[in-house]
Design a protein around this ligand. Sequence first.
Ligand SMILES: Nc1[nH]c(=O)nc2c1ncn2[C@H]1C[C@H](O)[C@@H](COP(=O)(O)OP(=O)(O)OP(=O)(O)O)O1
Length: 167
Amino acid sequence: MQEKSSGFQWPAQWTPDILATLMFVVQKGRILLIRKKRGIGAGKVNGPGGKFEPGETALQCVLREVREELHIDIEDAREMGVLNFSFACGTIPEIRCHVFMATSFTGTPTETPEAEPFWCPVDGIPYDLMWQDDRFWLPAMLDGKRFEAFFTFEGDRMLEFSLKAED
Ligand SMILES: Nc1[nH]c(=O)nc2c1ncn2[C@H]1C[C@H](O)[C@@H](COP(=O)(O)OP(=O)(O)OP(=O)(O)O)O1
C-alpha cells in the first residue's frame, strides 16, 4: 500500500451526509466521460454517477445512475475505491463516493438532461476541467490499483488530501 498526503491527518471521526457513486468505462484506450449538466459539480467533466436511493447498494446505485444519465447498461462493474469529500463551506454535504470501473456495456451513450457523454483517449484526460482531486487517484485506478482517499475542499478548491493506493 502506498500512502501520500499533504501532511493532513485522516480524520478518525467522520461520517458522510450522503453516499454516492461514480463509473468510469474504459474500452480500447478510451474512457467514457460526461459533462455534468446539473447537481453538485455542474459544468465539470466527470464520470457518470450520483447519490444512493434508500435501500440501494453501491452497485445498484451506479448501475441505475449510469442507465438514467447515459441510457446504457453496464455489464462488468467492479468497485475500485472509495473517495471521501469534506467541504469546508458547509453548503455542499459531506460525501462518500464509491468508484467503479467497467469495460463492457449495452446500448449507446446518449445525452440526457443530466449529462453529455463523450469518449476521450485515456492519455488525454482533461484534468483541468475536472474536480481537482481526480488527478490524484484516477491515474492509479486506470493502472488497476485499488484506493481510498480523503479530500477537503473549500467550494471547488481542493485544500488537503490523503491517498492510500495499492502498490
Ligand atoms: N470532489 C469530487 N470529485 C469527483 O470526482 N466527484 C465528485 C466530487 N464531489 C462530488 N462528486 C460527484 C460524486 C457523485 O457522483 C456526484 C454527486 O453529485 P450529485 O448529488 O449532484 O449527483 P446527481 O446530480 O447525480 O444527483 P442525483 O441524480 O440526485 O443522485 O458528484
